[in-house]
Design a protein around this ligand. Structure first.
Ligand code: NAD
Length: 477
């Protein structure tokens, strides 16, 4: 089986240990290739290379840095076919969706680079012959630790912003997506960046990730993943007070009010729920449906779900592929069993969808109550939990009763009620009468409860990777 190297200081290298590890096709359970098993010594080399590149990259005029980085969008388009192939084989993303991710990722890169030219400092009003200003500067070497759930998009988004703002990057992709990480590094090599500005270390979170998070030569950590890992990284980062920017877990409520268009709500939410095998931080974790609409909502939702085509991700007709890895599939099976044990009702699905590969049936769980495990924890897989409520006050209390605060949905024809919900719900974003959708220009993530630290996207997302240095100059004659 072919083995792949890491990209450190502008060259392709094996792990210092010489060891490798396999990545697996989740649809067939067959090995795809071997990635270098990066550990603390490799992380050390990559962080040193990034620090060596820091003075040149951070002091480059923004227009020049943006010009170099603006090659990224075109390079992603050039590599799109290879990226799509690996997304399908290494992550199980249905091919039509993988094509969409590659196109959206290229658009994200184009937008980020164009926007970066508008970054500005500020000038203070000052005394005569005194000039005081805030100069926008990069923060330093940035460790980027990405999750497995939307691998290519996450790498693009999480690498583009720190790089264009002047922070050399050491990327560690989720270990199950290591070959996609290698392909991403091959694409980055074509941009003509100075050596050490972009580095790739492959390896497990428990060794390579930990070493990166704790490394004193890293100034800033950009992490997306679970809230538990986020807390571990924060603890590691505390040793040298690194800045952290984190997008973490969610258990997102969607509220269907008594006056909602129940057909639209159930149909649209069901059609959207199982995209990417429901392995999204934004996937609704709890549907709270008013008691008067409850049975209809469950029926319509389940009818839609039964139409979802599950199968080979390489087939253009497939809407839902396998889960990305075995561990996650086992976790979702545990959640489904816990729901049955705790008294919920499986309306459809609930079982493996194939003998080989990590395929689960899209599952609808009704009669869930707020205290059940499936309502309290992030399922992160193809099972939708539907609960019942009777009053606005009650549902706001229940929706907010979670350690997460990522995204919420509300379905109602009463706009005054919708606005009340947008104010009462403690989440980073709210969608009214529509499932969650994203455009390149929108922001994502935030600082609500355990769902994250810092903002992604648009200008505020770029600003997160910069500091404002205050300078005062006396130029009296
Ligand atoms: P994870 O936390 O298990 O892993 C994420 C990354 O961290 C991987 O690269 C992993 O190797 C690394 N890692 C693991 N332990 C580490 C440690 N101790 N130190 C340093 N690095 C470590 O998350 P996951 O399972 O890959 O992703 C799923 C989670 O990500 C879900 O909770 C989901 O909600 C969240 N997520 C959030 C967003 C968002 O925008 N809020 C987006 C995508 C995913």
């Amino acid at each position: 089986m072919k083995s792949y190297k890491m990209f450190i200081g502008g060259t392709w290298v094996d792990a210092v240990s010489g060891k490798t590890f396999p990545t697996v096709n989740p649809a067939t359970e067959e090995e795809i290739g071997q990635a270098a098993l990066g550990g603390p010594e490799d992380v050390d080399k990559a962080v040193k290379a990034a620090n060596d590149a820091l003075p040149g990259w951070s002091r480059m005029v923004q227009s020049e840095r943006s010009r170099i980085m603006s090659r990224m969008g075109a390079a992603i388009r050039k590599y799109a076919e290879e990226f799509v192939d690996l997304e399908v084989r290494e992550h199980g993303t249905p091919i039509m969706m993988a094509k969409g991710f590659a196109a959206a990722g290229a658009d994200n890169a184009d937008y980020t680079m164009a926007l970066s030219r508008a970054l500005m400092g500020q000038v203070f009003p000052s005394l005569a012959y005194v000039k005081s200003y805030l100069q926008r500067v990069p923060i330093g070497v940035c460790a980027v630790i990405t999750p497995w759930n939307v691998p290519l998009m996450m790498m693009i988004d999480m690498v583009a912003a720190p790089l264009v703002t002047g922070n050399p990057v050491v990327l560690k992709p989720a270990s199950v997506n290591s070959l996609l990480g290698v392909k991403f590094a091959e694409m980055m090599e074509t941009l003509g960046l100075p050596p050490g500005v972009f580095n790739l270390v492959t390896g497990p979170g428990g060794s390579a990730g930990v070493a990166l998070a704790a490394h004193p030569g890293v100034d800033l950590i950009r992490f997306t993943g679970s809230s538990e890992t986020g807390k571990e990284i924060m603890r590691a980062a505390a040793a040298t007070t690194k800045k952290v920017i984190m997008e973490l877990g969610g258990n997102n409520p969607v509220i269907v009010c008594e006056d909602a268009d129940v057909v639209a709500a159930a149909t649209q939410q069901a059609q959207r729920h199982f995209g990417n095998t429901a392995q999204n931080c934004s996937t609704p974790g709890r549907y709270y449906v008013h008691e008067k609409l409850y049975d209809r909502f469950v029926d319509i939702f389940a009818e839609q779900v039964k139409k979802i085509v599950v199968g080979d991700p390489a087939d253009e007709k497939t809407a839902m592929g396998p889960m990305a890895n075995k561990q996650q599939m086992k976790k979702v099976e545990y959640y489904i069993e816990s729901a049955i044990k705790e008294g919920a009702r499986i309306v459809c699905g609930g079982k493996r969808a194939a003998e080989k590969g990590y395929f689960l049936q899209p599952t609808v769980i009704a009669d869930v109550t707020h205290d059940m495990t499936v309502a309290r924890e992030e399922i992160f897989g193809p099972a939708a939990a539907i609960l019942k409520f009777s009053s606005e006050e009650e549902v706001i209390r229940l929706a907010n009763d979670s350690e997460y605060g990522l995204v919420a949905g509300v379905w109602t024809k009463d706009m005054a009620k919708a606005l009340r919900f947008t104010e009462e719900l403690r989440v980073d974003s709210v969608y009214i009468n529509m499932p969650r959708t994203m455009a390149t220009e929108m922001t994502w993530g935030g600082n609500v409860k355990e769902s994250g630290v810092g903002k992604s996207g648009n200008m505020c997302g770029l600003e997160e990777f910069t500091d404002l240095k205050m300078v005062c100059i006396n130029y009296a004659p």
